[in-house]
Ligand binder design. Sequence first.
Ligand SMILES: [Zn+2]
Length: 154
Amino acid sequence: MYRNSNIILTFIGLLLAASQISVMPEAKCVNAVSGEPNEISTSCLTDNRVSNVRSRIVRMEVTAYCPCSRCCGKWADGVTASGHKIQRGDKFVAADIKFPFGTMMIVPGYAEGKKVKVLDRGGAITGNKIDVFFSDHKIALVWGRKDIDVEIFE
Ligand SMILES: [Zn+2]
């Protein structure tokens, strides 16, 4: 009798050990499809390297602009610094030269959370400041200035 209960206790102990393993927190990863800004862990970076999609989250000061002369001054010629010809409804960002043209970013609240490219520069757009592009000056004004976590794909 004593012997049997000892076996049961050992079995329960094994069960507990097993359940503790499964309860261990999973490494959160950036979802490249939905672009949901989850926190990045070391294992996540490893995972992303395998699929060749690496991203990081950077808190940025995000302002907005349009192609008008009030926003762009003498540069209001309808062509971005990268040579992109602006079309109505375009979604892209202006960023510091440390982000090469074509760098993909997800700016929450902009372009329905889809990836947009860095296609422009701006005199005041340095460091961790970016400018999101809107076709319409009034809409750019509504955006104002936001400090948000931007996902950057490199
Ligand atoms: Zn404007």
